[in-house]
Design a protein around this ligand. Structure first.
Ligand code: IPE
Ligand code: IPE
Ligand code: MG
Length: 254
């Protein structure tokens, strides 16, 4: 079946509203091809761009979150960290026009204060420029860690309690969520991790509580729209129960 036929078939079912991606394997892809790791990152950024376009044009996905740089990625060799920061800056600089054309709204989760000045400037500028776009919301997790996000929320809550704005007795999941980086964005429906690793690596710990997880051996720079469709078909075949019993079982018990 061709790509367009598969898209049509996918659209007959439920399309996930929010797809989160851990785009892993850039380094291994480069190594397999005899390149430096940086070439894998460069190719990976092109793949991300292509996928964003496909997801918004063909599937009308509303939110896509990319794990772009983790709080732990600082411990990579400084040459690689520098390359990644420069790549991000160039990517956003070059894509600003495309984001506007495609109606993409850029959002960021994570602590921008530790990024190189130029990179954080461009990130903030792109976020501001695209703020009124109402197409796909592209969320970049930048210097992001799930534990750090939860800790940060906890600190905000404690401050609120100290200052009398929050009362422990009515502290709810919703109040907690409101202290997250992007509380208005719904939890991911589907999380994709490439490269054969099957772990969360400190990504969206709070938000993935009931997310469907999908893993593939494909390395990120080789990931194509076809693979996103594979993930969506698998997602459509799953039953999300949220701790309840299946509808059929429920009827049988009554
Ligand atoms: C993911 O690819 C990209 C980032 C973490 C920025 P890796 O760089 O982790 O590639 P592998 O896992 O070493 O192959
Ligand atoms: C997760 O990949 C982070 C990003 C893709 C940005 P890593 O390659 O850093 O994760 P681990 O080290 O394999 O867990
Ligand atoms: Mg990796």
């Amino acid at each position: 079946m061709g790509l367009q036929d598969r898209v049509k078939r996918a659209k007959k079912g439920k399309i996930p509203e929010h797809v989160a991606i851990i785009p892993d394997g850039n380094g291994r892809w480069a190594k397999n091809h005899g390149y430096e790791r940086s070439k894998g990152h460069k190719k990976g950024s092109e793949v991300a761009e292509n996928l964003i376009e496909f997801a918004s044009h063909e599937l009308s996905i509303k939110f896509m979150t990319f794990y772009t740089f983790s709080t732990e990625n600082w411990s990579r060799p400084s040459r690689e960290v520098k390359f990644l920061m420069a790549l991000l800056k160039d990517f956003l600089q070059k894509k600003e026009f495309k984001f506007m054309k495609n109606n993409v709204k850029l959002r960021v989760i994570g602590d921008l204060s530790q990024l190189p000045r130029k990179t954080s400037m461009i990130v903030k500028r792109t976020v501001e420029k695209t703020a009124k776009n109402d197409g796909l919301q592209l969320v970049m997790a930048l210097n992001y860690g799930g534990r750090q996000e939860i800790l940060r929320a906890t600190k905000k809550i404690i401050e609120g309690v100290k200052e009398g704005r929050t009362h422990l007795s009515n502290l709810s999941e919703e109040t907690f969520r409101s202290k997250m980086f992007a509380p208005d964005i719904p939890d991911p429906d589907l999380l994709i991790r490439t490269s054969g690793e099957e772990r969360i690596s400190n990504f969206l710990l709070w938000q993935v509580a009931y997310t469907e997880l999908w893993f593939t051996d494909t390395l990120w720079p080789a990931f194509a729209p076809e693979h996103l469709l594979d993930a969506i078909f698998e997602y459509q075949s799953r039953e999300r129960r949220y701790g309840q019993v299946k509808d059929k079982e429920r009827n049988r018990q009554q």
